[in-house]
Design a protein around this ligand. Structure first.
Ligand SMILES: NC(=O)C1=CN([C@@H]2O[C@H](COP(=O)(O)OP(=O)(O)OC[C@H]3O[C@@H](n4cnc5c(N)ncnc54)[C@H](OP(=O)(O)O)[C@@H]3O)[C@@H](O)[C@H]2O)C=CC1
Ligand SMILES: CC(=O)N[C@@H](CCC(=O)OP(=O)(O)O)C(=O)O
Length: 345
């Protein structure tokens, strides 16, 4: 297959390139840029010297329609809203890593992203691609909205107890932490070294754009869920997301029984690893991989559970899950090109 990557000079784009350039069903990667034309890719990324002789191409929709089977958009918010509609009814499948197509209601996108949304009929046609929960629709998608990094960890961490209706629907609290690469390659005052080093910062309090995405997905699993409490913290590390989730149980149960439920729920999900009783994952243990690792424990005194879900934000939180979805959309084994160990230490 021939794949195109728009935004190849960014973090999500170069992670896609790392995976797709070694994918057994990808014959060619075509790399697009909105700011550079006909310059070697290695100019942006010298770590690819001797591995890539690609030159960046400018974005030309008609050229893409002729030369590309699947187009990945690893672009800032607003770009996919303009590009994706131009591919409707074409033979090109679109996998969008941005948040532009994830929310089903135009007004909700405009409220949280504070920018204009695509038409609702485009949103209706887009499939939300949380690979573990939506395989049948993903397999038939032409337009795929790849989930956000925090939603991926949070929804996978909660899905079994939410679907089984074991928790108080108003009790969900998510305390999430992220590495700085989640903010993309361009430095900003909030993300440069001296701001982040030896520091922990809470940001976008009650205003994070992933809140409605998580609520939408949980509501689809259990329609009594409408709102969650969710906050994010920037950590002095490059990659990784940890979502620590607190929820109240509606009936008495044990850690052992919940671990059995999670193991059963994810028994056909090769990238979700449930930890043993009293073992909790850390971000390092999924670094550079497509795994989502989950640990949990019942607090018998309070009747609450603590659930911990970790991912690599650029892998399962972005490019890795995008390739997992690419595999499902094209009838390949979902682990193709992706089933490798995390980098450790
Ligand atoms: N980083 C992460 O962990 C995650 C990111 N995402 C989402 O994925 C998307 C990409 O993120 P990330 O790679 O981190 O961001 P980066 O800022 O690192 O890269 C974005 C790339 O988009 C390109 N770009 C900028 N403006 C335009 C435009 N108008 N048209 C076309 N291309 C443009 C730029 O390349 P050029 O100038 O060469 O065109 C740039 O390299 C974002 O929507 C982000 O929210 C989702 C999950 C996790
Ligand atoms: C550290 C950091 O700033 N992370 C970003 C990650 C969000 C992201 O990738 O944006 P979309 O999923 O909405 O496209 C944030 O928290 O906003």
């Amino acid at each position: 297959m021939k794949v195109g990557i728009v935004g190849a000079t960014g973090y999500g784009g170069v992670e896609l390139y790392r995976i797709l350039s070694n994918h057994p069903h990808v014959d060619e990667c075509i790399l697009y840029s909105s700011s550079e034309m006909d310059v070697p890719y290695t100019q942006s990324f010298p770590h690819l010297n001797n591995l890539s002789d690609h030159r960046l191409k400018n974005i030309d929709v008609e050229e893409m329609k002729k030369n590309v089977d699947v187009l990945f958009l690893a672009t800032p918010p607003g770009v996919s809203s303009k590009l994706s509609p131009q591919f409707i009814n074409s033979d090109v499948k679109i996998i969008d890593l941005s948040g532009d197509l994830r929310l089903k209601q135009k007004s909700v996108y405009e409220q949280w992203y504070k920018r204009e949304c695509v038409e609702e009929e485009i949103l209706e046609g887009a499939v939300y691609g949380l690979s573990e929960l939506n395989k049948v629709d993903i397999a038939n998608a032409q337009l795929l909205a790849n989930p956000g990094c925090f939603p991926t960890a949070t929804i996978l961490g909660l899905a079994p107890v939410v679907k089984q209706k074991l928790i108080d629907e108003k009790s969900i609290i998510v305390d999430a932490k992220t590495g700085v690469s989640g903010a993309g390659r361009n430095a900003s005052p909030g993300t440069h070294y001296s701001e982040v080093n030896e520091n922990v910062k809470i940001y976008k309090v009650h205003e994070h754009q992933h809140i409605p995405e998580i609520e939408q997905a949980l509501h689809n699993l259990n329609d009594s869920i409408s709102f969650i409490s969710f906050n994010t913290h920037l950590m002095p590390m490059t990659r990784g997301i940890m979502a620590t989730i607190y929820v109240s149980l509606t009936e008495t149960t044990t850690t052992e029984k919940l671990l059995d439920l999670y193991n059963e729920f994810y028994s056909n999900s090769p990238f979700v690893r449930i930890r043993k009783d009293n073992e909790f994952p850390s971000t390092r243990e999924v670094y550079g991989s497509n795994f989502c690792d989950i640990g949990l424990k019942v607090d018998e005194r309070t009747g609450r559970i603590t659930i911990v879900a970790v991912i690599d934000n650029l892998m399962k939180g972005a490019a890795g899950q995008a390739v997992q979805n690419f595999n499902i959309m094209n009838g390949f084994e979902e682990t193709t090109g992706l089933y490798f160990a995390p980098i450790y230490p």
